[in-house]
Ligand binder design. Sequence first.
Ligand SMILES: Cc1ncc(COP(=O)(O)O)c(C=O)c1O
Length: 463
Amino acid sequence: MTTDRIAQLRAEILDRTRELIRLREAPKPFAPGATTVPYAGRVYDEEEVAAGVDSMLDFWLTLGPQGDAFEKELATVLGVKGTVLTNSGSSANLLAFAALTSHKLGERRIRPGDEVITVAAGFPTTVAPIIQCGCVPVFIDVDPLTMGPRTDQLEDAFVKGKTKAVMIAHALGNPFDLGEVTRFCRDKGLWLIEDNCDSLGSTYDGKPTGTFGDLSTQSFYPPHHLTLGEGGSINIVRDPKLRVLVESFRDWGRDCWCPSGKDDTCRKRFQWQLGELPKGYDHKYIYSHIGWNLKPLDPQAAIGRQQLKKLPRFIQARRDNWQTLRRGLADLADRLDFMLPAHASGWTPDGYTWQAGKPVSDPSWFGFMMLVKPGGAVDRTGLARALDAAKIGNRMFFGGNLVRQPAFVQLKADSMGAGFRTIGDLAGADRVMNQALFIGTYPGLRPEHLAHMVATVRGAFGR
Ligand SMILES: Cc1ncc(COP(=O)(O)O)c(C=O)c1O
């Protein structure tokens, strides 16, 4: 009787929740210049909210059944061995890198003082884990049109015996030259971490980005392709051993791999003898790494599972929105440089043209990036102001040239120049820092938003 009543109340709560969200989220009228057009944001309907509420009613809270299901579903979508949920994309980067420092990897482990090749323009927490783990980032430049690494500098950055890994983000959804970078890593025996936080759904050579390296990462912060409010994941591309290491660093550094609420998964909980501990010390409390606790909550994963069902639609909308903006701004090529996929030779209203005559990649765009050419009446700041005045969300390319950020200037001073290395003059990263601006491509944009964005950018240049 009580069970029936509980089920009935639960169904009522979920019905009411769905009704509330349907009412609240009904499309609102758009007034150009008065209504804000964000560059990104959560796109959801009653199913995400109902799933979150349902999971809250269970009140399991800690990462559990929904997390397990989400991890399996995301791994299947990507076609990787597994994925491990964490509380942010930044934590995902930290855990991916930390896992490769594990003593359990023997000779291949990354040790303090080792060097890691990365790019100078981008988001800081692609690079921060390298420093946080006591290693030295070596910055190569970016090609300002693709925002990908200048692969011709990889050899210059490499030092035999010191370079251990390459860790680079696919910028704004644009896959970097994975052909060249994976060949380089294979030839030199280096780890590859792909920061795929901004690029879920992008493909290269017909395969999803995030499936080429040893590990890759996602962010589920609201502007990203899926949102869990906060959240991230580490994709275990091939080697399941890396999963155990990632989980250990995420879960306090423990040696035990029991899921939360379970005991004795290894069936020898009281038979281990590790370190200098007495034989039989509870495996649950044996720590093989110096770890953190970076787990998300289970209701977040419940929301994520509903988001995942919408992913194909989200990806298509991001691609379509990018093309709509590109077509609308096509005659501004004298004032703006537009982003191009790696290996593309140009763009026409029918799509990209390719250096080798056939497509290589298909970006799932995080944003629509423009570089304002110097010498005109309107510079990048002028364009940003015009967009702000029209209430159109716009962003610079994150940290620009990271080595010019106060944190890196301080690192250089504190380490007397030993904290990082740079290759060449990083002129590409400087150009991005000085000229780049991006506006949204997210699936919440409607045709009237895109028309307003096009008209505003055109208007800023007097067209
Ligand atoms: C390329 C890249 N990596 C990592 C992150 C960090 O993700 P989070 O905000 O979830 O920590 C971001 C954030 O937007 C990002 O753009």
